[in-house]
Write a protein that binds this ligand. Structure first.
Ligand SMILES: [Zn+2]
Length: 452
């Protein structure tokens, strides 16, 4: 049997460990793993020369088509993702206008005509009817992951509808009935944010730290405690998105010890940036906000020690005005740099093991969102979603695309050099293979369409 592609003589890293060898790929799947002698001949053979081979990154958290056109974002941003070693992205999509059934059909079709890599959806609870629609959404679209937002005051600059506690509880009560049901929550106390923001605005401050101090860490901590309690009461798996507070990992670990099924995510920006960094201004506004050194170190302890489960970029391309702090839209981009940032600052500087990085970046997101065993693993029969990394390659971050990058000009050591999506090379040496445009497929599909 001839394979389509063989990658051999590499340092093969999975979530459980590593060995010297490679993989063979045929028809988009991994068909063999092992020593060079165990692998068949192939149409294309690549000698990895000891470089690292890992499962492709699964980014569980992004927003596309929010500011720019959805089709355009699905093309440009998934190209960036492919160049950064990301082979699956999960979009937190919202449809405040109505039902998610036609919305899904439309977004899926448009996404599949544009994307370079695979993608899937979580749906935001934006009105009470969405809670009642959960069983039908799961049956007709396959989406079993729902998000409740908090911390967006009425009249916020991006039109997000915050959930009440009743919405969170109601969504959990429905999602827990699904085989892979999970509720994600953006944890910030909406009432406190509304009040404290008003007070801070009255001071006239316009610096980035004023935004941070208008929604201090306790506002997020309080909400984390509250939603963990609701998850405990309903038995619903809980996914805490973009944790920015250092106390977060401890709260998650305590809850897990009591048997609560809680998964915690943080983002590269909370590990690498603070609101007090001198080169940052209102354009670095993110929700929740960048914090301080102490919170940053607490998050690293969670990443290194195991209490943080996943990394999401919260990638969202916005045109920023650079004007008024309070009306500036929150969000930054990092698809293309998340992996190099974690290799540089995590693996090289803080001793993060590569298998732990695979767990954070691929295995845990796949497990949480029902993509195992097709995604997130190096196993025979799994999709051949792979990334080859040169741990010693040094390059500068060059932000040429849309959105705000917080790392422009940073010199990083450790970069992806080859990205394979379902057996096809979609990026090589940071350059996307243009002809793979429109090859990405939706991974959240109804049961009748599942092929694993
Ligand atoms: Zn987000």
């Amino acid at each position: 049997m001839e394979a389509d592609l063989v990658l051999h003589s590499g340092r093969v890293v999975s979530h459980i460990g590593e060995f010297h060898g490679g993989v063979a790929v045929r028809d988009g799947k991994i068909v063999a793993i092992g020593d060079r002698d165990d692998l068949p001949s192939a149409a294309r053979t690549i000698d990895l020369e000891g470089r690292v081979l890992m499962p492709g990154v699964i980014d569980p958290h992004c927003h596309l088509g929010v500011n720019y056109d959805y089709d355009e974002d699905m093309r440009t941003e998934t190209a960036g993702a492919a160049s950064g070693g990301v082979t699956t992205i999960l979009l937190f999509a919202r449809n405040p206008a109505g039902s998610y059934i036609p919305f899904y059909q439309e977004r899926r079709a448009r996404g599949e005509s544009q994307a370079y890599v695979d993608f899937g959806f979580h749906f935001g609870i934006q009105r009470e009817e969405h809670i009642a629609e959960i069983p039908r959404i799961a049956a007709e679209t396959g989406v079993q992951s729902f998000k409740c937002h908090m911390g967006y005051e009425v009249g916020n600059s991006i039109g997000i509808v915050s959930s009440t506690d009743a919405w969170v509880y109601g969504a959990m009560r429905e999602a827990v009935k699904l085989p892979k049901g999970v509720v994600s929550v953006h944890c910030e106390n909406t009432d406190l944010v509304t009040m404290l923001k008003k007070e801070m605005m009255a001071t006239g401050r316009q610096d980035l730290a004023a935004y941070t101090e208008s929604r201090p860490a306790f506002v997020e901590e309080e909400a984390i405690v509250r939603v963990i309690r609701l998850a405990e009461l309903t038995g619903c798996p809980l996914y805490i998105v973009h944790t920015s507070v250092g106390a977060g990992p401890d709260l998650a670990a305590e809850a897990r010890a009591r048997g609560v099924d809680v998964t915690m995510e943080t983002c590269p920006h909370y590990l690498l940036r603070t609101a007090y960094d001198e080169d940052l201004d209102a354009r670095a506004k993110i929700s929740p906000p960048l914090r301080d050194r102490e919170n940053l170190e607490g998050l690293w302890r969670g990443v290194l020690g195991g209490a943080i489960d996943t990394l999401g970029t919260d990638h969202v391309p916005f045109k920023k005005t650079g004007g008024d702090l309070w009306s500036e839209k929150p969000g930054v981009v990092s698809f293309a740099w998340e992996l190099p940032l974690m290799l540089h600052f995590g693996v090289h500087e803080r001793g993060l093991s590569l298998s732990r990085l695979v767990e954070l970046n691929s295995y845990n997101p796949a497990r949480r969102f029902g993509l195992l065993p097709r995604k997130g693993m190096l196993a025979v029969g799994a999709d051949a979603d792979l990334v080859v990394v040169d741990l010693d390659l040094e390059k500068e971050v060059k932000a040429t695309g849309k959105g705000t990058c917080l790392y422009d000009g940073w010199k990083l050591r450790g970069w992806p050099v080859l990205t394979v999506s379902r057996g096809r090379v979609v990026a090589e040496n940071g350059v996307v293979v243009e002809s793979e445009h429109g090859r990405g497929r939706c991974v959240t599909v109804p049961e009748s369409e599942r092929r694993d």
